[in-house]
Design a protein around this ligand. Structure first.
Ligand code: SAM
Ligand code: DTB
Ligand code: SF4
Length: 350
């Protein structure tokens, strides 16, 4: 068990965007969760679970703000992997066309627009199995440098990376690398056959080793059991250091993918997953990610009550829809949700 003392400043494994913690508080970070314990949390009466998650959330995240993040697909489609959920896998007939890597200037223009709309974090996604050294990776490094110059947190998700690529990303200023475990080790083979869970863990270790923040979460609605969900969360929480960022996605079913006809995700299952993530990883950003278009506004607010403190905004995720900007702004205004402010609430460290 490790203990983190929150003082006036963000602590070393800082809650991103924590801003100022004016009162000293002690929160224990555990790394020794057992499956029955996690499952017992998951299966609590919903309001008891949300109450516990929210109580812990407010101990750590005193300012209770929600980070607005922007997502851009810098390289769309044509991916050689076979992830059963993904519209960008070349082998699935989804209508997503393979495109070339975007140019640096266009990406930076999009980042600037996102910043003007209120984003404090910019995430660039590429439909690659792995990164190849050369011109394209050099362009990505330039994108990262440019995003940092704009004063935004920079995150990217490019597939598997080597040690030296992780180091180059770090040197370019990358704050965070997204690489999801997606589901439990047991269920992984049902969803993806072109890489292993260990491949995933290896890239995550390289990211951590290079000193880049780890962004790692999963998807619910892949046909997994509650045990699988709990196991995935346990795997994240039992790492020596918790991922600083934990995206929780609901499957966006896309015609042409093998999972297109999966049972729709019950929003209350999203609330439970987020609440358990919050309890297991109190100092991590928990991101209500894909699937908001399928949820009503009340369910989204319940996710925030359960500890989600970040959303992707903008009309598109990578290739699928997201609530419209105006709709999100209206929700924030009506609910009195405070977005994390650029610069003012600038995260102190990763
Ligand atoms: N190719 C890289 C990789 O797989 O790590 C980066 C891009 S990939 C599209 C990023 C993440 O998007 C995946 O790990 C998965 O969690 C999420 N994702 C992809 N398709 C999705 C869908 N239909 N519904 C929900 N999440 C999805
Ligand atoms: C994450 O966990 N979710 C985002 C981000 N990280 C890269 C991606 C969601 C993609 C949803 C499907 C699509 O739009 O293609
Ligand atoms: Fe490729 Fe990533 Fe989609 Fe898998 S999730 S098919 S690796 S883009």
């Amino acid at each position: 068990m490790s203990t983190v003392a929150f003082t006036g400043h963000a602590h070393p494994s800082a809650p991103l965007g924590a801003g100022s913690h004016s009162l000293p508080t002690e929160v224990s970070l555990r790394h020794d969760w057992a499956l029955p314990e996690v499952k017992a949390l998951y299966e609590l009466p919903l309001l008891e679970l949300v109450y516990r998650a929210q109580s812990l959330h407010r101990q750590v995240w005193k300012d209770n703000k929600v980070q607005l993040c922007s997502l851009l697909s810098i390289k769309t489609g044509g991916c050689p992997e076979d992830c059963g959920y993904c519209p960008q896998a070349a082998r699935h007939q989804t209508g997503v066309k393979a495109e070339k890597l975007m140019g640096v200037a266009d990406v930076l223009e999009a980042a600037k627009t996102a910043r003007e709309a209120g984003a404090t974090r910019f995430c660039m996604g590429a439909a690659w199995r792995e990164v190849k050294d050369g011109e394209q990776f050099d362009s990505v490094l330039q994108m990262v440098r440019g995003v940092k110059t704009l004063g935004l947190e920079a995150c990217c998700t490019l597939g598997m990376i080597t040690e030296s690529q992780a180091k180059r990303l770090k040197d370019a200023g990358l704050d965070s690398y997204n690489h999801n475990l997606d589901t439990s080790a047991d269920h992984y083979g049902e969803i993806i056959s072109t890489r292993t869970y260990d491949d995933r863990l290896q890239t995550l270790a390289r990211v951590r080793q290079a000193g880049i923040g780890v962004c790692c979460g999963g998807i619910i609605g892949l046909g997994e059991t509650v045990d699988d969900r709990c196991h995935m969360l346990l795997t994240l929480a039992n790492h020596a250091e918790h991922p600083e960022s934990v995206p929780v996605n609901a499957l966006v079913p896309v015609a042409g993918t093998p999972l297109a006809n999966n049972k729709p995700v019950d929003s209350l299952e999203m609330v439970r997953t987020i609440a358990v993530a919050r309890i297991l990883m109190p100092a991590s950003m928990v991101r209500l990610s894909a699937g908001r278009s399928q949820m009503n506004e009340e369910a989204q607010l319940l996710c925030m009550l359960a500890g989600a403190n970040s959303v992707f905004f903008g009309d598109k995720l990578l290739t699928t829809g997201n609530p419209e900007y105006e709709q999100d702004m209206s929700l924030f205004a009506r609910a009195g949700l405070e977005p994390l402010q650029p610069n003012v609430d600038k995260p102190v460290s990763q």
